[in-house]
Design a protein around this ligand. Sequence first.
Ligand code: UD1
Length: 373
Amino acid sequence: MAKRGILVTGGCGFIGSHLVDRLILDGHDVRVYDILEPQVHGKKKPKYLNKNAEYIYGDIRNTRKLKKALAGIEVVYHDASQVGVGQSMYEIGKYVSHNSYGTAVLLELLISCRNRVKKLVVASSMSLYGEGGYKCPSCGIVYPRLRNEAQLLSKKWEMQCPDCQKDLLPIPTSEDKPLFPTSIYATTKRCQEEMCLEVGIAYKIPTVALRYFNVYGPRQSLNNPYTGVGAIFLSRIKNNNPPLIFEDGRQTRDFIYVSDIVEANILAMEKKEANYSVFNVGTGEPHSIFDIAQTIINITRRDLKPRILNKFRAGDIRHCYADITKIQNKLNFKPAVSFEEGMKRLIAWSSHEAARDLSSKAQKELIKRGLAE
Ligand code: UD1
């Protein structure tokens, strides 16, 4: 494998830092550009930062600094983003500015060094889909929008066919499903994905967008209540609080372990079959939210029971799991870490980590704004 000069934006974060470790291991020269967001990292630099990478700390919107970070670079992984879905619904300007405008700054700079840059890989998200794919027993495949408030208030949690109102069966979600983002976060991720591909195609910078499903693993922030459900549950359980489950707990997601996400990123860089394309990166297997809570309780051996709230959070989808046929066929990707094994690794790592459970505070923020019951 040829040695390359690689920039990872957001390389101090959960996913970015694992990618940096792997790139260093593979012998590349790696530079990280990161804002060290206090909501994620607290006041200190994370202790896991790889000493063999070069670090430039700055805001993605700072053209002058970002330009310096791009000097000599051949491959760019764009993983810098503000990531709280709920929070994006009230800190709208911040999310649009960092995620959308920040990507615009990066792209303008990339145009000026397009002869040198051989690949741009952008971290996209399953959130672009909104609800996943479904099948109606009478009407066939349908792509419903979010459940309306009347349905949610009557606590009918399953999706219903928009045409005949029968209960729907979730099916794997493929890349060509129409995109219905349901949060400002999701809209900014769509913007990132589409802007990168548009500019990549126009200026012949081979670009790949990876739509991550629900990623979990070591280094996930246990103090950020705006992060994904796995880390929130783990943080509550470590503090001897029962996990709080919205709806009935039977909603499902596709949980993918972070090292599998890293592998997909390596394939996206190495393979030209990836160029100018979008790929789902998931396992293809749905797991219920109740299952997540129970699995963490079982592995940690705590005497706790998940608390099913039978309440909803505005904007939540019911089911979404990946159809991974495209990435399997085109890039030969295969998730390697099972759900049970991944959860064990996450929990083993967390036993040495402090976890401040701020989920009740975050929930109050949402309720105050009418974004949760
Ligand atoms: C959303 C984004 C996804 C992002 C992820 C983490 C969408 C469609 N997807 O995913 O891109 O990576 O957030 O930021 O916007 N839940 C509980 N109790 C809790 C917390 C969550 O029951 O304390 C439930 C939620 O109601 C939901 C499920 O767990 O049904 C998953 O929630 P979450 O982890 O926030 O992620 P997604 O909504 O799947």
